[in-house]
Structure formats: structure tokens, C-alpha cells
Ligand binder design. Structure first.
Ligand SMILES: [Zn+2]
Length: 130
């Protein structure tokens, strides 16, 4: 994030979801906002902060239930048949390779400015959301 965030791309889904009147979209939107703000507390973060709490995944037993595990690597979560979980599973290998270099992108959904190339004809696309 030292070079900035591509806010137009980063917030596109959030602004689109805010127009929805479906309650399940509102719930997803709130979850996404929590993750983007860095306010999610996976079990590893809880255990690292409060030493009387475990760091392991209660679903599969992995020793560290960090953001990458909870949102991508957990075999229990990956075995669920929910389409909203199955669709992003194809990105897990790429997330594992790149999360160390781009944690803001893979763990919080914030697109680094260096990755965001906006075509000329869509430069002001995000303006309609503000
Ligand atoms: Zn797990």
C-alpha cells in the first residue's frame, strides 16, 4: 500500500451492493466493509492478542487460523458446496503465492495502485458512484 490504493476498482463492488435492497447483500456488504477496514478478527489474531485464547481453526484444527486460512485455505470451508464459497476457491493458489507481497490485496481486498490500470474510456467510471 506504500504506493497507494486504486480506490475506483476497490470500491466498485461495495457501491454496487449498496444499491441493492436484498438483506443478504446488505450482510455481505457489511462483511466486506469489515474485512476492508482491517477490523476482521480471525482466531489467530484473537489468540495473538489475548494469550488465553487459542490460535487454531475450530473447523479443521490447523494451528493458525489467520486471514489467509479462514478466507481461503481452510479445508472445511472449501468443502462447503455454497456457490459463494466455491467460486473464489480457484484463486486460492494465487492468493497463497502473492499474499506475502500484497497482503492488502489478498487479505483485505484493497487493490494496490500499481495493479489498477484503468482504460481511457472508463477513467471517470467511478464518478457516478460518488
Ligand atoms: Zn480451518
Amino acid at each position: 500500500m506504500q504506493h497507494g490504493i486504486e480506490w475506483a476498482y476497490t470500491l466498485t463492488v461495495m457501491y454496487a451492493w449498496r444499491r441493492s435492497r436484498d438483506s443478504w447483500v446488505t450482510s455481505l456488504s457489511a462483511a466486506l466493509e469489515t474485512i476492508m477496514a482491517g477490523a476482521a478478527w480471525p482466531q489467530a489474531r484473537v489468540g495473538d492478542t489475548f494469550h488465553d485464547q487459542p490460535t487454531f481453526c475450530s473447523l479443521c484444527g490447523e494451528s493458525r487460523a489467520d486471514s489467509l486460512h479462514v478466507n481461503g485455505d481452510c479445508p472445511h470451508m472449501n468443502s462447503m458446496q455454497d456457490p459463494s464459497i466455491q467460486m473464489p476457491n480457484k484463486l486460492i493458489p494465487k492468493a497463497n503465492r502473492e499474499a506475502g507481497d500484497m497482503p492488502c490485496y489478498w487479505l483485505r481486498g484493497l487493490m494496490p495502485l500499481a495493479l489498477g490500470h484503468i482504460p481511457e474510456d472508463q477513467k471517470n467510471y467511478h464518478d457516478k458512484y460518488y
